[in-house]
Design a protein around this ligand. Sequence first.
Ligand code: 5GP
Ligand code: MG
Length: 187
Amino acid sequence: MRAFDYAAEVISEDEIRSRVSELGNAISADYEGRNPVFVSVLTGSVLFSADLLRQVQVPGEIDFLALNRFGESGRISLSMDTSGPLFDRDVIIVEEIVDTGLTLNVLRQMMIDRGASSVATVGLLDKTRRRVTDVPIEYRGFEVGDEFLVGYGLDWEGLYRNLPSLWAILDIEAFVEDRLTLARDLF
Ligand code: 5GP
Ligand code: MG
């Protein structure tokens, strides 16, 4: 795996591919005969959603929503809503990473309030140690540490979402000073 002083690759493209395929298989088995709607939380989960959906072998639908977060308070609001109703649907929330769990908690409650017949979550990455609220993740890809991650949908100031693997930032200062730090060495 590649590494620099300020950032190191932590989950390779191959590892992601094989774990995403396992998650897709698990979901396919559990939802056999059903028609779930995958609700992808923009923007971070776009790459994961696209890869996951290709590994799902039941007739799934995809919808999107986007959130505004207000600092560390846990308050969030919708900046874009799903295009279809979720009433009576089997909803699977697709998150690239669960950190404090505050966002996911609010989202799950929102789906229940809208009358979803079931709500489950698929989270590619789980920062278990940073959790401040207990929230179930029915399908979990990888447990990760506290480091700030970029790649595979995760950004630093909008950059690095297009990296096919996951990288941990080791020196935040270097990125604060210059957000292109890693880009210069990779591209
Ligand atoms: P939380 O679980 O704290 O409510 O929020 C999770 C959100 O915080 C994620 O959807 C993501 O946008 C952001 N986040 C948490 N950890 C990381 C990380 O390591 N890297 C990046 N780029 N975003 C993160
Ligand atoms: Mg997210």
